[in-house]
Design a protein around this ligand. Structure first.
Ligand code: ADP
Ligand code: NA
Length: 331
């Protein structure tokens, strides 16, 4: 039996956005009351695609600032960056030898991220899910809050845990459960309702960044793709209207309501009206977070100290687990 423990992380690969907030950070904050939580800035994942070194330093601080500004409490939860705890890399190597090529070949995110030029993708991008399994299992984490996009990777984590336990005849790792919330689990691009909102989307109008000011948020929502139909009474009648459904879903997630209750309130109104209401809600929810992020980023020494302390706490949990793992493997 394993003690309940939460692990999650986000990549410091550029702008933190509304999808990260609604799909991840917001949920992380809620879990702090009921779990021991470990929240990681996964800089080793970020370098699976090229990152300018100086930018990476700034982006790592920015990610940590976003977590704290969203409500992660570093006194309570452990907040650190991955590269500072060497156990992630050590366990990832062992998992490279447990995981199977056939398993990795099924990962849809690699296909999306590698794109057409697959031969030129880094090998790190390919084995990324093995590192993610190491991130989680280094702490024997029992629960991982993630967006829909990470569900397949978490299934791989369970496969790796199970194979390790079987191969070495030990109950080393738990079969980690995902925690996926109903609203906000999959926020789509504002420009294309079939693509997820992502840091790596080159269109700046595709996402609301957590450091956008009120004018930028208003402009992006105004430019968001929709259709000329009014809002229906029930969310199920938004089927076939992915952009409209996405905006209603964002409103629901930001206000902690269901899509149906949002549709009922705005039934019969067009999206020009609805977008004004959505802008008000988005600005009032996000501007305190933006302000706090800016204050934190202006004091990088403080953020660095928080990350250092977090890395010490994380290492203390990881060390005895990694020791047992190495012994099981025969190291
Ligand atoms: P990105 O895909 O933008 O690079 P990350 O891979 O760093 O973001 O993901 C960090 C966390 O944010 C993960 O838990 C992920 O599931 C969540 N997340 C990312 N994009 C979205 C989205 N569009 N909708 C909901 N959750 C998301
Ligand atoms: Na992602």
């Amino acid at each position: 039996t394993f003690q309940n423990r939460v692990f999650s992380g986000a990549q410091p690969s550029g702008n933190m956005h509304l999808g990260n907030y609604l799909g991840a950070f917001r949920n992380w904050v809620k879990l702090q009351d009921s779990f021991e939580c470990i929240y990681c800035v996964v800089d080793m994942h970020a370098i699976t695609v090229w990152q300018d070194p100086a930018d990476l330093v700034a982006q790592t601080r920015e990610a940590a600032a976003a977590y704290i500004a969203a409500g992660v409490n570093p006194e309570k939860s452990i907040l650190f960056n991955q590269s500072q705890v060497s156990g992630h890399a050590e366990l990832a190597w062992i998992f490279n030898c447990v995981s199977r090529l056939g398993w990795l070949n099924r990962m849809t995110q690699f296909k999306d991220k590698a794109g057409k030029n697959r031969e030129n993708a880094s090998t790190g991008l390919y084995v990324y899910p093995n590192l993610m399994a190491a991130d989680i299992l280094l702490y024997q984490a029992t629960h991982v809050p993630v967006g829909e996009d990470q569900k397949q990777h978490l299934e791989l984590t369970r496969d790796i845990a199970q194979k390790f336990n079987n191969d070495f005849g030990v109950e080393m790792f738990p079969l980690t459960e995902p925690i996926i919330q109903e609203e906000g689990a999959r926020i789509m691009s504002l420009r294309d309702g079939s693509a997820k909102m992502s840091k790596s989307d080159p269109s700046e109008y595709s996402r609301i960044n957590l450091n956008d000011d009120a004018d930028a948020i208003a402009l992006k929502i105004r430019k968001a793709k929709t259709d000329p139909e009014p809002l229906p009474a029930l969310a199920k009648d938004l089927e076939g209207r992915p952009e409209a459904l996405n905006l209603v879903g964002i409103y629901a997630a930001l206000t902690d309501r269901t899509r149906d209750s949002v549709c009922t309130e705005f039934e019969g109104q067009g999206f020009a009206e609805f977008k004004k209401a959505l802008t008000d809600v988005a600005v009032s929810k996000l501007s305190p977070i933006t302000g706090e992020m800016r204050r934190l980023i202006a004091a990088p020494d403080h953020i660095d100290a928080v990350l250092r302390q977090g890395a010490e706490r994380a290492s203390a949990i990881a060390a005895p687990i990694l020791k047992d793992v190495k012994k099981a493997v025969g190291f």
